[in-house]
Design a binder for this molecule. Structure first.
Ligand SMILES: [Ca+2]
Ligand SMILES: [Ca+2]
Length: 107
């Protein structure tokens, strides 16, 4: 894996470790993520908001801040339809895949 893919995987793992997760709690986690990081309250996460989420995770683990490239790559991975914003559905889908060990980033 390239460094930036590793960072993205790490950031997702960090989100999941925030709570003891089960399939049923994914929705709650996504709600929490949006509550905290959807700063302009428009119901989607943009690149800037995702960057804040990532860097929160990095700081919590005492890792260096994510670079713009890391953030953009992570964002592109989450934004599966490529419309420039991450919806709850996209975030839920990603969390489910990651939780089941079927990360789309393994490719
Ligand atoms: Ca937003
Ligand atoms: Ca999208």
């Amino acid at each position: 894996m390239s460094d930036s893919v590793w960072v993205a995987t790490f950031a997702i793992a960090c989100i999941i470790i925030m709570a003891s997760i089960s399939e049923d709690t994914i929705k709650k986690l996504v709600d929490d993520a949006f509550l905290k990081y959807d700063l302009n309250k428009n119901g989607t996460l943009d690149v800037k908001e995702v960057g804040i989420l990532m860097n929160d995770c990095m700081r919590r683990k005492n890792e260096p801040e994510a670079t713009i490239e890391d953030i953009e790559e992570f964002f592109a991975t989450i934004d599966t339809d490529g419309d420039g914003k991450v919806t709850r559905e996209e975030m839920e889908k990603l969390m489910r895949l990651t939780y089941r060990g079927q990360s789309p980033m393994k490719k």
